[in-house]
Design a protein around this ligand. Structure first.
Ligand code: DAH
Length: 346
């Protein structure tokens, strides 16, 4: 009898290890703990046992029953828990998958920074169409038809089968710069004006590390009574110090744009080499960041502003160029390839 008690204990211990599901648990209960189960059967046999052996066997049987019951409770309690799930085919030792947070494209971040700086000093934001007519992209900006300055920008022309409006010269282009939005803003608003106009522009250029067929610009326009060149310089210096760093030094180089007179290109001292000369600044110590100037009176005539009454300044900068400089990137194409290994760095 003692041997049989031991045998049931061993069997029960082995079966307990196999319990995975509620069904396994029920089978175990039926086999060992029900009224017809192995433990009850051993108890039934107690009545046939000689009197003197009864106390010892009774004790052994009670121990068996409480052992099986408590182990069974424990096994049933852990169904669906870590240990049993692991053995059920899920390997919990595999490291979790990392979730990467999405982030804004570096060009979006740069554009937002530019907008933040200018809106902080009272500029509003405007935009215009990317398919632009010749009048707004060129003519009203003082590029007369056949003017050689049109060659400064390699233009994508767009065919317009309708060509209804003779005033548009029948010509549409993918805008080559955001300067045309100046015209639209002035056509629709009276001075004084303080606006920046960010947007995408297109140029029919060979694609290389330095140029791409599309890029982004931010145009700026300030028109009021008695606006001076000093205010233009002050505004741009403020921008450069905010965008690059407070030590930024600027250089205004005389230049030419049909829509501004006088015109200048603006350089910032190379913060990469500190002005000593490096690859990025092409050993000049200076980095070009934008074009600017005082709005040409002819432009005011096109939008029917009184050029004796008002004056103004305008500027235009390339967002890719500013982002390249800011982050020390040497290939503009990276902005358009959207390689996650590049984008993850911003
Ligand atoms: N539109 C010029 C370009 O695409 C940039 C520019 C230069 C804009 C001078 C301006 C300006 O407003 O005054 O290169």
């Amino acid at each position: 009898m003692q041997e049989e008690i031991q045998k049931v204990k061993d069997e029960a211990t082995a079966s307990l290890r196999e319990i995975r599901t509620q069904e396994d648990a029920e089978n175990f209960r039926l086999r060992f703990l029900s009224r017809k189960g192995s433990v009850a059967q051993l108890f039934d046999r107690l009545k046939d046992i000689p009197k003197e052996d009864k106390p010892a066997l009774g004790k052994a049987l009670n121990e068996l029953r409480s052992f099986v019951e408590s182990e069974f409770d424990a096994a049933r309690g852990s169904i669906g828990s870590t240990a049993s799930r692991e053995t059920a085919g899920i390997d919990l030792s595999i490291p979790g998958r990392k979730r990467y947070l999405g982030r804004k494209h570096p060009l979006t971040q740069t554009a937002e920074e530019i907008k933040r700086i200018f809106t902080g000093i009272g500029f509003g934001i405007a935009d215009g169409p990317e398919i632009e007519d010749d009048y707004h992209n060129f003519e009203a900006l003082n590029f007369p038809p056949d003017h050689p300055a049109r060659d400064m920008q390699d233009t994508f022309f767009v065919k317009n089968p309708a060509q209804k409006d003779a005033n548009q010269n029948g010509k549409y282009v993918l805008r080559t710069h955001t300067s045309g939005v100046q015209i639209r803003v002035m056509e629709n608003n009276k001075p004084p004006l303080r606006v920046i106009m960010p947007g995408r522009v297109y140029r029919n250029e060979a694609i290389s590390a330095r140029s791409y067929c599309l890029f982004h610009q931010v145009e700026g326009l300030y028109v009021d009574k008695n606006v001076s060149l000093a205010e233009l310089k002050g505004t741009i210096s403020y921008f450069a110090k905010e965008f690059f760093n407070a030590e930024a030094k600027l250089r205004f180089r005389p230049s030419y744009f049909p829509f501004t007179e006088p015109s200048a290109e603006v350089d910032v001292n190379c913060f990469i080499c500190g002005g000593k000369g490096c690859k990025i600044c092409k050993y000049s110590g200076w980095l070009e960041i934008m074009g600017c100037g005082m709005v040409d009176p002819n432009v005011f005539k096109f939008v029917k502003y009184d050029d004796h009454e008002v004056s103004g300044f305008a500027f235009g900068m390339g967002i890719e160029r500013l982002a390249l400089l800011r982050y020390g990137i040497d290939d503009i194409r990276l902005f358009f390839e959207n390689d996650i290994r590049f984008l993850n760095q911003f």
